[in-house]
Design a protein around this ligand. Sequence first.
Ligand SMILES: NC(=O)c1ccc[n+]([C@@H]2O[C@H](COP(=O)([O-])OP(=O)(O)OC[C@H]3O[C@@H](n4cnc5c(N)ncnc54)[C@H](O)[C@@H]3O)[C@@H](O)[C@H]2O)c1
Ligand SMILES: Nc1ncnc2c1ncn2[C@@H]1O[C@H](COP(=O)(O)OP(=O)(O)OP(=O)(O)O)[C@@H](O)[C@H]1O
Length: 569
Amino acid sequence: MSLDELPQKKLASSEAVRFARSDSRFRSLSPAPIPIPTSPSFRSLVESASDERVNHDAVTSHESENGSISTVSSTVSSVESEKAAYEFLAQTPIKSTDTHLVEFSEAMRTVAKALRQVAEGKAAAQAEAAEWKRKYELEMAHKQQSKIKGCGSSIDNELEKLANQLTLEKPASDQTGCCGNHGICSHEILQDAIPGPNPPSSHKMVRRKASFRLSWGCNGNKNGQHKHDFVSFEKGDITTAERSNKQILLKWESSPQTVLFITKPNSNSVRVLCAEMVRWLKEHKNINVVVEPRVSKELLTEDSYYNFIQTWHDDEEIKMLHTKVDLIVTLGGDGTVLWAASLFKGPVPPVVAFSLGSLGFMTPFRSEQYHDCLDNVLNGPFSITLRNRLQCHVIRDSAKDELETEEPILVLNEVTIDRGISSYLTYLECYCDSSFVTCVQGDGLIISTTSGSTAYSLAAGGSMVHPQVPGILFTPICPHSLSFRPLILPEYVTLRVQVPYNSRGQAWASFDGKDRKLLSPGDALICSMSPWPVPTACLMDSTTDFLRSIHEGLHWNLRKSQSFDGPRD
Ligand SMILES: NC(=O)c1ccc[n+]([C@@H]2O[C@H](COP(=O)([O-])OP(=O)(O)OC[C@H]3O[C@@H](n4cnc5c(N)ncnc54)[C@H](O)[C@@H]3O)[C@@H](O)[C@H]2O)c1
Ligand SMILES: Nc1ncnc2c1ncn2[C@@H]1O[C@H](COP(=O)(O)OP(=O)(O)OP(=O)(O)O)[C@@H](O)[C@H]1O
């Protein structure tokens, strides 16, 4: 832009104020620096122009490569520029210039205030992030302590008590001692339950859970022992001896006795298959069957033969399901596996997922072969995939100083933060531990597990990741930026996504595609890896099943082979 153009480009001062207030840079964390003019004549010219954009253009156009001041138009010398500026000032009525000066300084004050607020906001957010991390760690330490105190004695007694109860009864009040407020308890994560004699069985009796052992498959040798030294450091050489995630095998130490059925609703084929499988398990394997209340009604309406089935009546009973159920059978699609996982806020028994849906990424078993499949699983050993879940806490701005937060939500696929019905861009500040990651400006953000990498995250351009890879996917949804590529972060980090106070709109969080929660400015979502994975039984093994899913489910890299009879080297 040449100086001659300046008077025409001059904006009305009210426009300048509006611009200062609306320019997104003044709301962002790292605003572009506002250039300071150098020459006094130039400064007065710029001030009179009362437009920060004009200011910016003028300064950049005045800085040549050799450091001297030049204009875009090479014919105008600096002397001429100054002359033109004075001419311009002379033409401008004093009164109008004064008014412009006043209004421009008002605009600059607004800008300065906005910048100060942004800086303060950023500092406060960082301090708050650190504070929440501290509280979270405190809470975890507290849970760990109560677990250590309560686990030893209370779980034995409770299991004993439960074993003698005739139906799925409400837990006694001290049962939460071991499992925390949300029924979470770590004692069953790798080595489940306590081996020992079973109490006498009777009609409707819930017996002690079957025990099992998990081991690591080693180069195809199913009895391979997992070495605990991941890294060795001998004579200064660092080598990785064994990696943490190998194929895991589950071997029963006592026979499984109780199977929970979770079924897709409103499907006739599922209802018929469920009734048949329940009958088969009872008659051929003498297995106790627990079903959802809806399914219990359906089965009992169909035939009083199903009197032996058990169900639950309230949320408290759901919280204790993991202490009674040896195995979960799901009949449906991936949504049914997600639903089954969502019932367990703590440890999850192994899941055998039969495919009765359209895609079936996590449902490797075919219902036509259910006799063989269930036989194999009930006898064991069988391969499992330990599918990590994310633990999500919504922290409300209004409750950020309280220790008690909303109940955590565990997701198997992902948590999505999007713009919901709002037509504005979402504006989300993201932190990884105490480091600032980025501001998401777009339709939203997906924080996904590796199991969820083939679901929504994939549709948003994220990578497909083997479910045993320990990582967290950070995938933007339609980011309004050309350079925002998805990330994969290590599983040990804590992510924090905050809707800043100066966000234009609200955001919505949804968990495995369900339970939408409104996030208002100031609210935050904290995600970290949960210690409670979902163990899913494999048809073959983790890798074979994963590759089968991407081939058959997604037709990954399907292409006709070239014929042999073409041109050659
Ligand atoms: N644009 C998208 O792709 C999109 C949009 C919304 C939700 N979703 C996904 O839907 C999931 C909820 O599933 P639903 O069955 O309850 O809803 P749904 O009935 O809408 O089905 C969503 C589809 O995603 C598939 N799916 C689910 N989990 C998968 C996984 N881990 N790998 C591969 N495919 C998977 C399902 O088989 C189904 O075909 C959410 O967790 C989310 O990942 C995807
Ligand atoms: N036991 C259940 N109770 C309530 N809702 C359920 C249950 N099981 C599944 N759902 C819901 O029903 C919907 C459909 O289930 P699912 O995804 O398993 O079937 P599908 O859509 O036929 O299969 P696919 O996902 O493979 O296309 C999902 O939204 C899921 O959350």
